[in-house]
Design a protein. Structure first.
Lengths: 226, 226
DNA sequence: TCCGGACAAAGTGTATACGAAGAACAATTC
DNA sequence: GAATTGTTCTTCGTATACACTTTGTCCGGA
């Protein structure tokens, strides 16, 4: 994995630390670095083809985001999401994503709704094609888009971070939970379009409950809480 | 301000980056560094008596926490909380702190309640003594303690970060909002002790509404949204 | 006076090297 | 076998260097 990441990183010219952070997040979410795995600075620096400084800066942020745990003088390890973590995360998500749905319903413009519908269409199509990776991607995009439409930057950034962790947990369990969630998505977008905040909240809640149930099922497979 | 901070930093032996981060947060919240003020790495390094590296790492985290804004190749400036920020923050806090109150009500042990009551007592006493700084401190401690009792680390860490920003906004407006909030606090602790989640949520909501109103009033004074 | 561009200064982004100190683990000693 | 001692691996922090951007200044020309 050292080479492909290094190549990708050379291309753009965002600060290296941000590229490293992005690559690190992705690597963790994708399971390239497994929970509990030790991440020494030298190793990461070599994997990403950069010096230790950008790595260190990326690690601190990754710690703040909950992807790694840093033990002073002992270094960083990939965090280990436990089943307790899942419960806690969904409890918070329930509060935040329902708020996002409400705000989105109250504030969405016609263009916003159109962009959501477009994602829905693409999702249906991708589902038809059995393109699970694409479906998962559209799923994310849809959620993130709703957060953005909510127009509350705090809400958006916090919920986004939580959402990344949800994705991580699903990936670890190797499940996609693709097909059955689109019906819920349609409900949600309909509710947002209606402008009815209560209804949007309810739709979001239904969706979350289903997602939460799936997460548990998925976790049963056991990627280890330890 | 360089000297006193430097002295404090030398004492403990947490990683320097964490000490710097703490000192930086405090300096920003206390208004030692004002919104919009430029924070060059060299300047901070000198203020805190450390080299650039720990400063840089602290800055990245401070950015993630929303205290500073970093523009690539242009450096960091202290963030400028706008009145929109206040609205947005309280909308999120309303969702999260009510959840915290509910969870705390459902999970608090007798010892937990006792520790809250102790804080309440100290608060009443400090109010009597007109020791506003101490009152503010106890206020924070109480809130943070409730978050901790909620037993949800995600909730706790997110709400804590938001709470710091609320403090910041109050400090910028130079208001303390000390006396009148203790009655609400007592209601809240009573509700937590009762174990009634709904009641605790309601109490937290009342408290938040009052705090939010005060924040607006405070902001009217105008520390500038720009 | 105002504009535009050359030039200098300041500051970030990144790499590298080095020393000190802590943690983990193995080897050795009693 | 338990305690002690070394050794090694790393992190943590400092210092230094340098390329590259951004910013600010100064100057000449319209």
């Amino acid at each position: 994995m050292a080479e492909d990441l290094r190549d990708k990183l050379g291309a753009q010219h965002l600060p290296l630390r941000d590229q490293v952070l992005g690559a690190l997040r992705t690597a963790i979410i994708d399971g390239d670095y497994l929970p509990g795995e030790r991440l020494t600075e030298d190793r990461l620096a070599e994997d990403f083809g950069v010096s230790r400084n950008p790595v260190r800066e990326a690690l601190r942020v990754a710690e703040a985001e909950g992807f790694v745990v840093i033990l002073p003088r002992r270094g960083a390890v990939v965090a280990s999401p436990s089943s307790g973590t899942i419960t806690d995360m969904f409890a918070v998500r329930e509060r935040l994503e329902t708020l996002a749905a409400r705000l989105a319903a109250e504030r969405a413009t016609a263009a916003d709704v159109a962009s959501l519908r477009a994602l829905l269409d693409q999702g249906r199509e991708a589902t038809h094609r059995q393109d699970l990776a694409r479906v998962a991607e559209l799923n994310s995009t849809l959620h993130l888009r709703i957060l953005q439409i909510s127009g509350n930057p705090w809400l958006s950034s916090i919920a986004k971070s939580l959402y990344l962790h949800v994705q991580w947990i699903f990936r670890l369990g190797a499940a996609e939970r693709a097909p059955h969630s689109w019906a819920e998505h349609i409900q949600l977008v309909d509710a947002i379009e209606s402008g009815d905040g209560d209804r949007a909240e309810r739709a979001a809640l239904d969706h979350l409950d289903a997602a939460s149930a799936a997460a548990y099922e998925n976790a049963e497979g056991g990627y280890g809480a330890h």
